[in-house]
Design a protein around this ligand. Sequence first.
Ligand code: CA
Length: 259
Amino acid sequence: MTTNIDNQDREWPDDSARAAAQRPSGSTLPRVMIVEDETSLATLLAYNLEAEGYSVERIERGDEAELRLREEPPDLLVLDWMLPGASGLEICRRLRAREATKSLPVIMLTARGEESERVRGLSTGADDYVVKPFSVPELMARVRSLLRRARPERVAGHLKAGDISLDRETRRVRRGDRDIHLGPTEFKLLDYLMEKPGRVFSRSQLLDALWDQAADIDERTVDVHVGRLRKALVRGRERDPIRTVRGAGYSLDETFGKN
Ligand code: CA
């Protein structure tokens, strides 16, 4: 599956947001290494990953990445295909050949065209690949889902959408500088929607995912909790982050906070 959403969907860094995303050093945040020679893309990815609670290391050359991967492998690697020094494909093959890194989660980035056809056809050893240009929320969702599969204990506990942030560990939700108090069901609902921005979930999908014994519960229950969640999140003329898609369900508006 690939996505091709234009640049408006990207979140660009600014200094205040970067400062807010910084974490104390020496912490045990999940670590993502980005190996990408396109500086603007690497900056964008690092910014978004840091905002979500990952510690990020950026490397521009393939040969340098190989050294670092031997010294200190991350929890997950985002690896560009075409790199100076050594290609993503070579790096990936060597990782797989070594005991210490043979199951390191790898997301390969490829350019559209021949390369991606080759990636699709070859056994690269990557766990997932994303074709450029891709949307940042899509890549973030891939990072989370790959980490959850490979290293469930290393998924970042911090989700962010526009001015709304959710911390899974402290179970705190904030919008701008105010705390949002949510009941347990509304918290789970927001967490679920924020994890896959833009994806529309039907009422029955939400019931299955968030309620025990969903079969016994009326689908309108979902509407009630979405209503409560909206009421808690939206004050005055603030923008509603939740999109109702008629006949389909609900999603977290992926354009929320982007303009
Ligand atoms: Ca490249």
